[in-house]
Design a protein around this ligand. Sequence first.
Ligand code: ZN
Length: 265
Amino acid sequence: MAAPALPELREAVWRANLALAAAGLVTLSFGNASGLDAASGVLLIKPSGVPYAELRPEHLVAVAIDDGHVVGGGLRPSSDTPTHVALYRRYPEIGGVVHTHSTAAASWAQACRAIPPLGTTHADHFRGPIPVTRQLRADEVAGDYELATGEVIVETLEGLRLSASDMPAALVASHGPFTWGPDARGAVDNAIALEAVAAMASRTFALAPDAVEIAAYLLERHFQRKHGPAAYYGQAAGNVDTDPGRTAGPATGRDPGGDSRGGAA
Ligand SMILES: [Zn+2]
């Protein structure tokens, strides 16, 4: 199978990876963003171990999601690629996947605790508690570990009857967060939102250990005004031709609040 050109996707996934680093969600070279070309069934992902400062669009590795084999690029793909592949295979509606070890979200993953919805920032992005997976068994870790990581995320969402669009994030127990979205940048935005929500939840419980969840009707109002069929938050498509989060250079990822869709409500 010849390597697909995918020039626009390559640029978008490269920028998404840089935005992840610029947003402060990456430690050393941990973390990766991928984007899918649904027509060809090929994803582009960060190569394994390449520092973000040295990452160029041509370094991204093309991988077919039907069999997980590299179809383009001279470098080895991120070791987490099988996890991304498992998510794309199960959820055709997603076009981007992100994994980080961002501090606040990874802390909840290490605590093996789901993040309860405590306020509207959470409700704007996640329709309910952000789930945590079960611990992987020894045989899963000894076998195809990264694929098992993807499968345990799917198992967790299915067990809770959550759709990938209602819940674009999960915490892998004792590990860290995965997020996804309609494209690579959308998955990055959800990683930024998740980190903010995780940090807020930790502080909220420090201030008030008995803090209660946001009212269901307020959560629904906030989620639906951004994501439901009657969404009205932000500007209608085509009415605004400048979106700093998507059209400017990768450095814009530095300000999580700068994305027009992520602003305070
Ligand atoms: Zn990891």
